[in-house]
Design a binder for this molecule. Structure first.
Ligand SMILES: *Cc1c(COP(=O)(O)O)cnc(C)c1O
Length: 386
């Protein structure tokens, strides 16, 4: 029995992040400023893009919302996304005024099933919003073919997938927009934060204005030592800008991104081997020709096969001082969407089943092998005594 609680998704924060935050505090510039600029530059470089193609914001939810607005989606438009995703994906669609349409997932990849997407396209469909679930790239060839055939915009939800690549191309650059999260549990964290990649630089310029009240560009420089600058309100925007305090963390998280990925790959491989003899469904191996971002290690607990329900395993892990996650109960299980859209979980059978069976085991790069041995040992015991 562990004597300390193992927090699910604990961030791996090191001395470099701490020193940079302190330096930002000491500089006295904690709002949007040079560190955000630097973080955008570093992120663009990581994605082999010029800085003019990216914009930092304060969450992936904001990134999705602004991408949908920049794509000029609104009332009367339908946007197709996955039934197995975080609520923020669909809430952003609702916030822009469009109608969310859910498609079911492929039971092996847990990503949007292109055949089900095709069935749900109507004359009002304007965009596809694929989610690279757990870090595994979606079938972008098929989704882009559908988008081309029906003249649809593609917005990638890359919240899990900052390191991902599809046929050699970085995720977030395959669609018209790519949206990233730097929430605490994500592969790169700023505490809270997000980033947008757009194919079109003009979209980035508009997104930057919208993220700061709709003020004319470079408004954040109005307090600089270059003299006071009058700003103009060009449209009714939002308050979605990233702070230098957040970017200070992100800059060093991003600098260590490959080391973290390698560490998670080792943890992932150890889980795959150690759990192979247990009555659990392990994640499918990554597709060749893609790079999996290894954000979540999810197993399926089928009560008939395992002898335990998913929720029992969650409770038993918690009793052993091990925090686990659920990604996700399918969206149609939630009362708000049921009431507003009449959605019923049975209309998305794969997402429903997976949502009720799925369990995410800790995969933080901070995890020691001995922590992982505790998790594996606990699962072996539960299965043996079931
Ligand atoms: C975390 C997450 C989001 C939202 O990210 P925030 O930065 O917390 O707004 C969106 N989509 C998916 C799939 C996520 O996991």
């Amino acid at each position: 029995m562990r004597n300390t609680f193992l927090t699910f998704g604990a961030p791996d924060l090191q001395a470099t992040e701490i020193a940079e935050v302190v330096a930002a505090l000491e500089a006295g510039w904690i709002g949007t400023g040079p560190r955000v600029h630097q973080f955008e530059h570093d992120f663009a470089t990581y994605k082999h893009l010029p800085s003019s193609r990216v914009a930092a914001v304060n969450s992936c939810t904001a990134a999705l919302h602004l991408s949908l607005i920049a794509a000029e989606l609104g009332p009367g438009d339908e946007v197709i996304t996955s039934a197995l995703t975080f609520c923020a994906t669909v809430n952003a669609i609702i916030h822009c005024g469009a109608q969310p349409v859910l498609a079911d997932v492929d039971p092996v990849t847990l990503n949007l099933d292109p055949d089900d997407v095709a069935r749900r396209i109507t004359p009002r469909t304007r965009a596809l919003l694929p989610v690279h679930f757990a870090g595994r790239p979606c079938d972008m060839d098929r989704l882009r073919d559908l988008a081309q055939a029906h003249n649809l915009i593609v917005i990638e939800d890359c919240a899990h997938a900052v390191e991902g690549e599809y046929h050699g191309q970085p995720l977030g650059t395959l669609g018209d927009f790519g949206c990233f999260s730097f929430y605490v549990t994500k592969n790169v964290t700023c505490g809270e934060g997000g980033m947008i990649i757009a194919r079109n630089e003009e979209h980035i310029q508009r997104i930057k204005r919208l993220a700061l009240h709709g003020l004319s560009q470079d408004a954040w420089q109005r307090f600089s030592d270059r003299g006071y600058k009058h700003y103009q309100v060009t449209e009714c925007g939002y308050k979605y800008n990233m702070m230098d305090l957040q970017a200070a963390i992100g800059i060093h998280q991003l600098a260590r991104i490959e080391d973290s990925w390698l560490r998670r790959q080792r943890l992932w491989d150890r889980y795959q081997k150690a759990l192979s003899s247990l009555p659990l469904t392990r994640p499918a191996e990554p597709d060749p020709e893609t790079r999996h971002a290894l954000h979540l290690y999810t197993v399926l607990v089928d009560a008939e096969r395992t002898g335990l329900t998913r929720d029992t395993v969650l409770e038993k892990l918690h009793d052993r001082n091990i925090g686990a996650g659920v990604h996700y109960l399918s969206l149609p299980e939630h009362p708000y969407y049921q009431e507003r859209y009449g959605w019923e979980p049975d209309d998305w059978p794969q997402a429903k089943r997976i949502g009720r069976q799925t369990l995410s085991l800790p995969l933080s790069p901070k995890l020691h092998d001995s922590d992982q041995d505790d998790i594996i040992g606990a699962l072996q015991e539960f299965c043996a005594s079931a």
